[in-house]
Ligand binder design. Structure first.
Ligand code: FES
Length: 109
C-alpha cells in the first residue's frame, strides 16, 4: 500500500534506518536539506546547518534530546529547537510523522 500524503509532507527515508544517536542529512524532494536525528526512541527533524556559522550538524553530538554543534558547542532541545546554555539562536525544527515505516517531514513555506 502506498502512503497518500498532503503536499507539504516530504518523504525523508525509512524509520528503521534511524537509531538513537544517528544523525543523517537528507535532501528532500523540494531540494531542502534536513537533518534527521534519532533520540530517546524517536526521530526528530531539524535544519542541517548550525544557525551560528553554518557548521554541518550531522557531526553534532546527541545526548538525550539535546543536539550539540561540534564547533562552538551551542545546544538545542530537539523537541522544539529552543536554545540551551550558550546558544543564542533557536534551531529550526520540523514536524514529522511516520506512515508505513517511512518518515515524512512537513515543509511549510
Ligand atoms: S557553528 Fe555551531 S555553534 Fe558555532
Amino acid at each position: 500500500m502506498t502512503a497518500s500524503v498532503d503536499a507539504p509532507w516530504q518523504a525523508a527515508g525509512a524509520r528503521a534506518d534511524i537509531a538513537d544517536g544517528d544523525r543523517r542529512e537528507v535532501e528532500l524532494e523540494n531540494g531542502e536539506l534536513v537533518l534527521l536525528v534519532g533520540a530517546e526512541g524517536r526521530v526528530f527533524a531539524c535544519a542541517a546547518d548550525c544557525p551560528h556559522q553554518d557548521s554541518p550538524l550531522c557531526d553534532g553530538i546527541v545526548q538525550g534530546r539535546l543536539l550539540t554543534c561540534p564547533l562552538h558547542f551551542w545546544q538545542w532541545d530537539l523537541n522544539d529547537g529552543s536554545p540551551v546554555g550558550l546558544a543564542e539562536l533557536p534551531l529550526r525544527v520540523f514536524e514529522i510523522r511516520e506512515v508505513d515505516g517511512q518518515i515524512l517531514v512537513r515543509m511549510d513555506d
